[in-house]
Design a protein. Structure first.
Lengths: 437, 374
């Protein structure tokens, strides 16, 4: 307090500029433009966001992973139109919810037709650009803004974006496991019967940065078993989940080249793109990554270094529809396919479909579901009012209603009260050291 | 049947059916300004719901229009990605048709195009007038007229070079032109030096370096040698911003220029790229912290569309607009847009908060000035 008083006194003596000490952070901007500012009154719409709500949704642990309670955002407007978005962030639900609320002053009072301006306001106006917490919060709000835009303009969001490329729907893949040949064959039959054309699997074990013959062989064998069991007509990808080092990943993706994977995902940790480039140079197996990146900027290096064949931004983290579309534009110019990541709740999944349907370089859409319908699908139907993110003949049907194409009743969400954040469950190697996952 | 148009992209067959945004007709007017000879193409789309849309592209020939008519058959006015790919080899028509589709869709939704595209990101758009004239006095007169019309930035042509001139002598000639124009404009004007792709990379580097302290907005289209090595000579040796891209009509070319740090302001032409295509180029530029300043040497409908585009982009800097020298050309432009004036206030063009393009296109004037109606 004494120091502060002294500084203020010095400032006052210097002509009353007490807020100029230290830095220019408190200089008035060239034009002060709060949300709803009159500066856009002649060129904006009369629509205004009047309220923003954030909901935490916790499902029973037997139904869904406990590390990712859903975070839903609802925007209300002065004309009764509402918009929904998803800001779910694995292991950081409370932080994401708090961050949505931190953005309140940017959003409430603003014109939701200005989706690009509001995206910039949240991303650049937040000073600390990016990071998964801010990225997820922006994502939830941005999706809700686009939902409102589509409803007001009377068409599904994918039409606003220039789609659909294919009105029959969006190709998708489910998650699957098959540790034996018999199980893989059974899964193949079930998959074909359901009309599904692609699946994604995990590596069978955690990996250290140099691996033993036993674990390398087991990993390769598991993928060979999957291919043999599924047959040649079902595509499959394998999510390495950043478990191996570039050295170990290089061995694996080289050895599985004959299996013709749809892609190998996050073959090594994502922070060091040049390290991942080592893997890319050593194999023809298509590589995919990008689920942990926020905003379009970070994808440039992956594209320019020739690291990826497939990009996987997650609409709940990358910055919503606005950012996902921009990443797709970058990828399209570079001849790179898009397989957006989605392993959270149903709103983000459905929002992804709208972008998928409007981008010519789309490959496949993920959802954390299985070929056989499970209890979680009933919960999603309860929440969304329809069988969200369930494929028909290998495709997710495109929503037909304006906006994102659904309505959610707040009363339904109360059935799944938020029960706090739980961390992503850690895993350990045999010697007790932490394993990447 | 699924058709492949570019690469591996497969688009589903048309299925507009009885959708009110289903396109039912396309007409095109090939226009030429009487004095400047500036050419452009205007397209009108009709829809099942009765709403129409207009779009402008660069000069096109009859076979291009025929391709466009085939492309829109059975499509909705929202099928922009299909049109962008289907007409990729006919850039003037890609621009005209996709822009007309946007006008139609936005009119139908009763919002201006910039709102339809996610704007406004700004409430006015900076303009740079491209002045015309063969001699110093004519150019200075154009600048004075532009200042009276509210323009505060001008793109002026680089003087023709006498083959006997040394580079320093040539630089002095350019500098005298700039000084003369600055005197005509007064202190508040900014300038773009338009090299018109006439310089060698080495000469361009020399000039860019020589004019660093003049703080040009940018040196425009310095060379037609768009290779990384050639352009690096300019961008590595000088800090004068470089504008490039008026002849480019695919996003990958811009991505490559940006990747190698060759461009400070992306300049896709409004006549060769639709608003949607330029938005993709802008998205790529944004990740390199590079601004977009679309090139435009076409008609008045293209100018209006460009201002809508500007209001939807976060990284827009300035829109180049023609400033015709001849009164007859100016009259034609005004007539085409039913009296719309291509003016600015204090250097910025206002946004028009009306549905679609926000202007009334005069079909009688289109017919009057058309070289050919298709």
């Amino acid at each position: 307090m004494i120091r502060r008083a002294f500084l203020e006194a010095v400032a006052a003596a210097a002509g009353g500029l007490k807020y100029r000490i230290g830095c220019d952070c408190n200089l008035a901007p060239a034009a002060a433009l709060p949300p709803g500012s009159d500066v856009f009154k002649d060129v904006g719409s009369k629509l205004r966001i009047t309220g923003m709500k954030v909901f935490g949704i916790t499902l029973d642990e037997k139904i869904a992973r406990s590390d990712r309670p859903y975070v839903f955002v609802k925007l209300e407007t002065n004309q009764g139109v509402v918009g929904w978005g998803e800001a779910t962030l694995e292991g950081k639900a409370s932080a994401a919810m708090a961050c949505v609320n931190d953005l309140h002053d940017f959003i409430v009072g603003s014109d939701p037709m200005q989706s690009e301006h509001l995206y910039q306001l949240m991303y650049i106006g937040s000073f600390y650009r990016g990071g998964p917490v801010l990225g997820s919060a922006i994502s939830g709000i941005d999706q809700a803004i686009w939902d409102i835009r589509g409803k007001v303009l009377g068409m599904p969001v994918y039409r606003l974006l220039g789609g659909p490329v294919d009105a029959r729907g969006v190709r998708g893949y489910y998650h699957a496991q098959a540790w034996t040949l018999e199980a893989a064959k059974e899964l193949g039959d079930e998959t074909r019967k359901a009309g599904v054309t692609a699946l994604k699997f995990q590596l069978p074990t955690y990996m250290e940065w140099i691996e033993t013959n036993a674990k390398l062989t087991r990993a390769v064998k598991s993928m060979e078993t999957i291919r043999e069991g599924l047959g040649p007509d079902i595509d499959f990808a394998v999510d390495f989940h950043a478990k191996p080092s570039p050295s170990v990943a290089s061995i694996l993706v080289r050895e599985i080249e004959p299996l013709h994977l749809l892609f190998a995902e996050e073959v090594c940790p994502p922070e060091n793109v040049r390290a991942m480039q080592r893997v890319a140079k050593r194999s023809t197996t298509p590589l995919a990554t990008g689920e942990r990146l926020v905003a379009a900027y970070g994808f440039n290096e992956l594209i320019e270094l020739g690291v990826v064949d497939v990009l996987q931004p997650d609409i709940a983290h990358v910055g919503g529809i606005t950012a996902l579309w921009k990443v797709a534009a970058l990828a399209d110019a570079a001849g790179i396919r898009m397989a957006p990541h989605a392993c959270e709740g149903p709103i983000g999944g459905v929002a992804s479909l709208h972008v998928d349907a409007a981008i010519p370089n789309f490959l496949c859409q993920e959802i954390c579901g299985a070929v056989a319908s499970k209890e979680i699908n009933s919960v999603w139907e309860d929440i969304m009012g329809f069988a969200a993110m369930r494929m028909v003949d290998g495709r997710y049907p495109l929503p037909q209603k304006p906006g994102l194409g659904f309505e959610i009743q707040e009363a339904v969400l109360k059935k799944y009260p938020f029960q706090g954040t739980r961390p992503f469950p850690p895993a350990f190697h045999a010697d007790g050291s932490l394993a990447a996952q | 049947m699924t058709k492949h148009w570019r690469g591996q992209v497969a688009f589903a067959p048309p299925e507009a059916g009885d959708d009110r945004l289903g396109i039912t007709g396309l007409r095109a007017w090939r226009l030429r300004e009487p004095v400047s000879g500036r050419r452009y193409t205007v397209v009108k789309l009709e829809s099942r719901g009765g709403t129409v849309g207009f779009g402008e592209g660069g000069a096109a020939v009859g076979s291009d229009v025929a391709e466009a008519k085939a492309a829109v058959a059975g499509r909705r006015a929202t099928d922009a990605e299909f049109i962008r790919h289907r007409l990729a080899s006919f850039p003037a028509m890609e621009a005209a048709v996709n822009n007309a589709m946007l006008d139609l869709a936005a009119r139908s939704a009763n919002v201006p195009i910039y709102q339809y595209l996610g704007g406004p990101t700004r409430f006015k758009a900076r303009v740079v007038a491209r002045i015309e004239g063969e001699d110093e006095e004519t150019l200075a007169g154009s600048v004075r007229r532009g200042m009276e019309q509210g323009v505060r930035a001008f793109s002026f042509p680089i003087p023709a070079r006498d083959a006997m001139w040394r580079m320093q002598a040539y630089t002095d000639v350019i500098r005298r032109r700039l000084d003369h124009l600055k005197e005509a404009a007064g202190a508040e004007a900014d300038f773009v030096l338009d090299a018109g792709a006439t310089l060698t990379p080495g000469d361009a580097s020399f000039i860019a370096t020589a004019f660093e302290r003049n703080h040009l907005l940018w040196l425009d289209e310095p060379t037609d040698v768009l290779t990384n090595d050639a352009l690096a000579r300019i961008s590595d040796e000088s800090v004068t911003p470089v504008g490039l891209g008026r002849a480019v009509h695919n996003v990958a070319t811009f991505q490559n220029l940006l990747r190698w740090g060759c461009v400070d302001i992306s300049r896709p032409s409004v006549g060769l790229n639709s608003m949607r295509q330029i938005r993709r180029m802008a998205a790529v530029a944004e990740t390199h912290y590079v601004a977009v300043g679309p090139y435009h040497d076409g008609g008045p409908i293209g100018t209006v569309a460009a201002i809508h585009l500007a209001a939807s982009l976060p990284n827009f800097f300035a829109q180049q607009v023609p400033q015709p020298l001849a009164e007859r050309d100016r009259a034609m432009r005004t007539e085409l847009t039913s009296g719309n004036q291509e003016t600015a206030a204090d250097g910025f063009a206002p946004l028009v908060n009306e549905p679609g393009l926000g202007i009334r296109v005069n079909e009688q004037a289109l017919a009057k000035y058309s070289e050919e109606t298709l």
